[in-house]
Design a protein around this ligand. Structure first.
Ligand SMILES: [Zn+2]
Length: 432
């Protein structure tokens, strides 16, 4: 990765090279012109141009010569951010037995990713060591979206009718071995939906995480008196481990005076990470609003995307981000929590920013203004004056979503036979 001074030097070199030639040479495939760039990792928050060459970020600065780009896209009035990373989704679709949670509730990635500016998704434990390779073959290796996965500590993952209660199938050693074998894709271990009074599902996930050298993400399942939530985040999880569904109803947030409870800050000081994982019913404004008001922001915003949440109050990544925006989290932080923070959380620091040479995963977002209603997982609502929508998405420099047809050409300016391939023949009917 280039340091800021090195980036400056490279930028300067690009300027110097551009000056002498009277007729500019085309050096960029695509130039996003005049957008407000928010790249928290590089402390960029200003109107700038972004140029892409060979699928990588080639220049980020003001005043790039449009003649140097094959395609120039006017994105003035819009925000240009790194491609969004949704760190909690479910993608092991249409498989397993009838009634199996992940099989019946998962979605396929490309149908939901690019249209919301998401270029990277992390499946949160839909599969375990017994079926991860099937999942990889069926979904991960066939998607255009970049997919990572966390392995469920339960060998069958979420593909049984009684998901994730089988202690016999929680095998840290074999889980860790599978994670290591697929190190290019597996970025963590997941414990979820556990109902019993013991810590076994959390502890075995942590054991597997230690053995494989990856973080653990915990969905705390049933909140039982025998294993209180505060102990999960202040004792059981390690620094870098993740508590997802952070704004679920039973998570204690404030005392009788409405003051944020100290254990949350203690957990954060230990290095435990807090992830939104909105889901169908794992997010209440009753918890999120006072947390945001008192500065306890999520480390990562994620959807817990599945068929239930996407047709419910969660909807998609941008709706989830918009909720934090209207609760009072500054846009720069909302973008940070949806780009560089999840990239670091899954230990893929090459993602989530627009550094020179980085993969050109880019989202171009509009902040709509008006009156918008937002619901939580229990039909609690707030209203807000802004809402994010995605105008354009690039994955590795390729346009994969273009809501306003910004990268096309007025058809009247195209050739008289455009849309006809070499193999096609246009045959007119005989004249009458
Ligand atoms: Zn989930």
């Amino acid at each position: 990765m280039l340091s800021p001074s090195r980036r400056f030097a490279v930028g300067l070199l690009t300027v110097l090279l551009a000056v002498p030639s009277a007729r500019a040479q085309v050096r960029y495939q695509i130039l996003l012109k005049g957008g407000h760039v928010i790249d928290p990792r590089n402390q960029v928050d200003a109107v700038m141009d972004v140029a892409v060459a060979d699928g990588k970020i080639a220049a980020v600065r003001a005043g790039i010569n449009p003649a140097e780009a094959r395609t120039v896209v006017d994105v003035s009035g819009l925000y240009v951010t790194p491609g969004l990373i949704d760190a909690h989704v479910h993608l092991f679709a249409t498989t397993g037995m009838k009634g199996a949670w992940a099989g019946d509730n998962s979605v396929l990635p490309d149908e939901f990713s690019f249209r919301t500016g998401v270029t990277t998704m992390v499946d949160a434990g839909s599969s375990g060591w017994r079926n991860f390779e099937d999942f990889r073959n069926r979904v991960i290796d066939r998607a255009a979206t970049r997919i990572f996965a966390m392995l469920n500590i339960v060998g069958l993952g979420m593909l049984t009718d009684v998901p994730e209660q089988n202690i016999e199938d929680m095998d840290p050693k074999t889980t860790a071995a599978m994670a290591v074998k697929h190190r290019d894709v597996v970025v963590g271990i997941k414990s979820a939906h556990y109902q019993g009074p013991e810590w076994v599902s959390v502890d075995r996930a942590v054991e597997a995480g230690k053995a494989a050298g990856v973080p653990v993400m915990v969905d705390f399942g049933y909140f039982r008196a025998e294993r209180p939530y505060y102990k999960l985040v202040t004792e059981r999880l390690r620094p870098g481990d993740i508590s997802t569904h952070m704004f679920r109803g039973p998570v204690p947030y404030v005392d009788g005076n409405g003051k944020l409870l100290d254990y949350l800050k203690d957990a954060r000081a230990r290095g435990v990470l807090f992830d939104v994982g909105h889901g169908g019913g794992s997010f209440v404004f009753r918890n999120a609003v006072p947390a945001v008001e008192q500065g306890f922001y999520p480390d990562t915003i994620s959807t817990d995307l599945h068929t239930g949440s996407m047709n419910g109050a969660m909807m998609d990544m941008l709706t989830t981000m918009s909720k934090f925006l209207v609760m009072g989290v500054p846009l720069n932080d909302v973008v940070r929590q949806s780009t560089v923070n999840p990239a670091n959380m899954i230990r893929h620091p090459e993602l989530g920013h627009l550094s020179l040479g980085a993969e050109a995963d880019i989202a171009v977002l509009r902040v709509m203004e008006g009156r918008f209603g937002y619901a939580d997982g229990s039909r609690g609502t707030i209203t807000g004056d802004r809402r994010l929508m995605c105008e354009l998405t690039l994955k590795a420099g390729r346009v994969v979503w273009d809501w306003n047809a910004r990268t096309g050409t007025d058809y009247r300016k195209m050739t008289s036979d455009y849309g006809v391939r070499d193999v096609d023949k246009i045959i007119l009917p005989p004249k009458k």
